[in-house]
Design a protein around this ligand. Structure first.
Ligand code: SAH
Ligand code: SF4
Length: 380
């Protein structure tokens, strides 16, 4: 396998040092309006100023107030006195032989999270994190072996998108397929529905026409099954939903996705049947990790289609991505195809997800911040 590139000579700007000024990135429209008024902006003008500043921050990628040239000089000076526009710090960028890029980012407190960019022929997907670590302990997931350190703020969630756009030199591009980042998936580190408000506020900025301006259909939130928050996600965020299903009976799902002990398969399926946005054009994605000898039999495939009957759905089969010490193996290609054929014959699309960026440990479920791990190993 060709060796991946580790780039230290980054072209991406580093973040400003921590400061007591308020960061404007990640503030909702209302919050920014209030902050601008508190800093002396006239109430009548505040709404317009928010639109102008959003344009600079989210569409042009500007982080220096001096570059916000449609604002008066003394207004820019006022802004820089009270506020910053700061991103997380890029620690390393790795580029896989297949073009996948992984960014290791440092956030306040010295914690680290990872963001992955996956270029494909018809789209480019940015996989972002919502937490440092995870409270859940799915047994096949590398992040699940790292304790939850903390939730990411809206600024840190949106900041991941801005950093990738800096690196890909994608500013001022109209929305759509042609963008290098045409899609966002909340499939990095963490359980997004356990950081609901921050994820929501960040995604509202990602979808806003004056923000990053991505269609809500191009954003997918993946959850392990936090049942009470699923309906709320439909209502308050409105993006596409993916469910980490992974097993067709409660005993197996209890082992793989322990949140199943709290909300079992039946409860989860009921929440999906009640999902406000369910329709044939807005199907739910069921993610199903293929683990050799654990959940990959023909009987599992038949049970799966019986369980989800009536739910407009697509089944995404994910070949297991190994990590050091993982207690599972990937199902064989033949097994994955045979499983997919059964699901397909029942009328469901069942694409097999191609592992990307494996040489840089960037594939699904392989993320875990090195320094947190290193630190804990040292302590031990
Ligand atoms: N916490 C959320 C989102 C992050 S994980 C969730 O669990 O849905 C994104 C997807 O990768 C989930 O479907 C997860 O189950 C899957 N995944 C985790 N570890 C994996 C691994 N080692 N190989 C393949 N997929 C994995
Ligand atoms: Fe957390 Fe998702 Fe990994 Fe489970 S699969 S441990 S919910 S990140």
């Amino acid at each position: 396998m060709p060796t991946p590139i580790v780039a230290d000579n980054l072209t991406v700007p580093r973040s400003e040092p921590a400061s007591d000024k308020q960061n404007l990135i990640g503030l909702s429209r209302d919050a920014m309006r209030d902050a601008l008024i508190a800093a002396g902006t006239k109430e009548k003008q505040a709404k317009m100023r928010v639109g102008q500043i959003w344009g600079w921050i989210y569409q042009k990628g500007v982080s220096d107030f001096a570059d916000m040239t449609n604002l008066a000089k003394d207004y820019r000076a006022m802004l820089s006195e009270h506020f910053t526009v700061s991103r997380p710090e890029v620690v390393t960028k790795q580029v896989s032989a297949d073009g996948t890029r992984k960014y290791l980012l440092r956030i306040n407190g010295g914690h680290e999270v990872e963001t992955v960019y996956i270029p494909e022929t018809d789209r480019g997907t940015l996989c972002i994190s919502s937490q440092v670590g995870c409270t859940l302990t799915c047994s096949f997931c590398h992040t699940g072996t790292q304790k939850l350190v903390r939730n990411l703020t809206p600024a840190e969630i949106v900041g991941q998108i801005l950093i990738a756009r800096d690196d890909l030199e994608e500013w001022d591009t109209p929305p759509g397929d042609k963008r290098k980042i045409s899609n966002i998936v909340l499939m990095g580190m963490g359980e997004p529905l356990y950081n609901f408000e921050n994820v929501r506020d960040a995604m509202l900025i990602a979808m806003d026409p004056e923000g990053i301006s991505l269609s809500r259909r191009r954003i997918t939130l993946s959850t392990s099954g936090v049942v009470p928050e699923i309906e709320r996600a439909g209502r308050e965020i409105g993006c596409m939903i993916a469910i980490s299903f992974h097993a067709t009976d409660d005993a197996t799902r209890d082992q793989l996705v322990p949140i199943n002990k709290r909300w079992n398969i039946n409860a989860l399926l009921q929440a999906l049947r009640d999902y406000p946005r369910l329709s044939n054009s807005e199907r739910i994605t069921f993610e199903y990790v293929m683990l050799k000898g654990v959940n990959d039999t023909d009987a599992d495939a038949h049970r799966l289609v019986n369980l989800i009957r009536g739910i407009p759905a697509k089944i995404n089969l994910i070949p297991f991505n190994p990590w050091p010490g993982a207690p599972y193996e990937r199902s064989s290609n033949n097994r994955i195809h045979a499983f997919g054929d059964i699901v397909n014959a029942a009328g469901y699309a069942s694409p097999i997800r191609k592992p990307r960026g494996e040489d840089i440990m960037a594939a699904c479920g392989q993320l875990k911040s090195e320094t947190e791990r290193g630190r804990r190993e040292k302590v031990r």
